[in-house]
Design a protein around this ligand. Structure first.
Ligand code: PMP
Length: 450
């Protein structure tokens, strides 16, 4: 039905007057999404968009996937909630599947309702297991918005307080192409980062419990350390009895094409001690969790429960979603269609001085923008491309990494070749229009027009 004029402006005004100011909204005119199907979503004005972001990699397979819808509604109709005080068949079944897929021997699984809570739990387990509140994290990282997880979030834009229950040492290495070691060869880069890690361990007061790291930094701008870095880190950590926590909230479930988990792309780093997941597995339902070695997962001395973690409804969604992913080999689709999309975007942007790099693996693709003729990040251009792509009917994300100058492309894993082509054409047009905009070029020449 047609909406009364001013309905959008009214909702935005009410949003702003009742929700906290720091809750980030995309777009000059934020979008109200009302429904979705497959790789498409619709807004309240009836406009259709091709969705290349899935609400931040959260729609893993497809919007309104019938298998998930059916599983959820059947479960809601039977019993919606039990809490972890009772046996739950869907929770046990999903835990078994995830334990088996994790690559971690003798694994145990604990379910949460978000990535933040998954990382918070992993940090609780690691600090309890090692009897130390001292941890390592990567510079430029993002791990969540709770008190403990902002303390290991190296990305300053998303880390609102200097206070933390943890003492965190931040190590170089998550970003290959920026920072003090960017000019080095891969081999020297790895050596420099290992030396940084060793220095930090020298400065530590006593024991260090864990290192938490994303295999590919997500919010940080889809950047990945070079081959060999995490293997070299792991060797140092193992020598010191420091646990490895792999935050797979963005990189898990085959998204990167060649591997099911992000850690598998870092040959020699071995399975992590603890692996955290969230976002895509519930295909929109709030499922997160930690999977890890039994010895660490079982280390807590007191009882604990979770009221909503492992809820039969969200477990049913995740079981149906994971089943669909595996039955349809969507990891292979991510590799094939993602590979074509990367090629297509590289070819489309080859002559554009606004684009520094198109990078990524599978369906996790970053397009980094710079001020033409320089290596300076260009956040203003990234915002302009985001808006222009929306005008063209395409939703993408923007990375907080490198000052918000990285466009992020991470569509649902069922993306077709035709949709990849369509999205790439819209993105190319948005990039070309932005590159030709006088104010963007003026900005490049140091004339910071408002
Ligand atoms: N870890 C990573 C790598 C993430 O990208 C995010 C979310 N952007 C989180 C943790 C936090 O997840 P959530 O928003 O579900 O709490």
């Amino acid at each position: 039905p047609p909406r009364p004029p001013g309905a959008h402006a009214d909702l935005l005004r009410r949003h702003r007057s009742v929700l906290p100011a720091w809750l980030a909204l995309n777009y000059d005119q934020p979008i109200e999404l009302t429904h979705g199907r497959g790789r498409h979503v619709w807004d309240a004005e009836g406009r259709r968009y091709l969705d290349f972001f899935g609400g931040i990699l959260t729609t893993m397979t497809a919007h309104a996937l019938p298998e998930v819808t059916r599983a959820v509604s059947e479960q809601v109709g039977r019993i919606a909630h039990t809490s972890t005080l009772y046996l739950s068949r869907p929770m046990v079944e999903l835990a078994e599947r995830i334990a088996q897929l994790s690559g971690i021997p003798d694994a145990r699984v604990f379910f949460t309702t978000s990535g933040t809570e998954a990382n918070d739990t992993a940090l609780l387990l690691a600090t309890a297991a090692r009897g130390s509140q001292q941890v390592l994290a990567m510079r430029n990282s993002y791990h969540g918005r709770s008190f403990s997880t902002v303390g290991v979030t190296g990305n300053r834009d998303w880390s609102p307080t200097g206070a933390s229950p943890l003492h965190t040492l931040f190590v170089h290495g998550g970003v290959r192409s920026r920072g003090p070691f960017a000019h080095l060869t891969d081999e020297r880069f790895v050596e420099a980062c290992v030396a940084d890690l060793t220095d930090l361990l020298g400065q530590a007061h006593g024991r260090v419990a864990a290192l938490i790291a994303e295999p590919i930094q997500g919010v940080g701008g889809f950047t990945s350390p070079p081959d060999g870095l995490y293997a070299a880190f792991r060797e140092v950590l193992d020598r010191h009895g420091i646990l490895w926590i792999s935050d797979e909230v963005q990189t898990g479930w085959g998204r990167t094409g060649n591997h099911f988990w992000g850690w598998q792309a870092h040959a020699g780093s071995g399975p992590p001690d603890l692996l955290t997941f969230a976002k895509g597995i519930g295909n929109g339902m709030s499922v997160g969790g930690v999977v890890g070695r039994a010895e660490i997962m079982n280390c807590l001395d007191a009882n604990s429960i979770s009221t909503f973690g492992g809820s039969p409804v969200t477990m049913a969604a995740a079981l149906a979603n994971l089943g669909y992913l595996i039955d349809h080999d969507l990891q292979r689709n991510a590799r094939r269609v993602g590979g074509l999309l990367i090629e297509r975007l590289r070819a489309a942007t080859a002559g554009l001085d606004l684009v520094r790099e198109v990078r990524g693996r599978g369906l996790m693709i970053g397009v980094e923008l710079v001020r033409p003729g320089s290596q300076e990040p260009h956040p203003r251009a990234a915002s302009a491309v985001l808006e222009a792509a929306r005008e063209g009917g395409l939703l993408i994300g923007k990375g907080g990494g490198h000052h918000g100058s990285v466009l992020r492309v991470a569509p649902p894993l069922t993306l077709t070749v035709a949709e990849a082509d369509e999205g790439a054409a819209i993105l190319e047009a948005a990039l070309r229009a932005t590159a030709a905009t006088p104010s963007v070029r003026a900005d490049a020449e140091g004339n910071h027009a408002s």
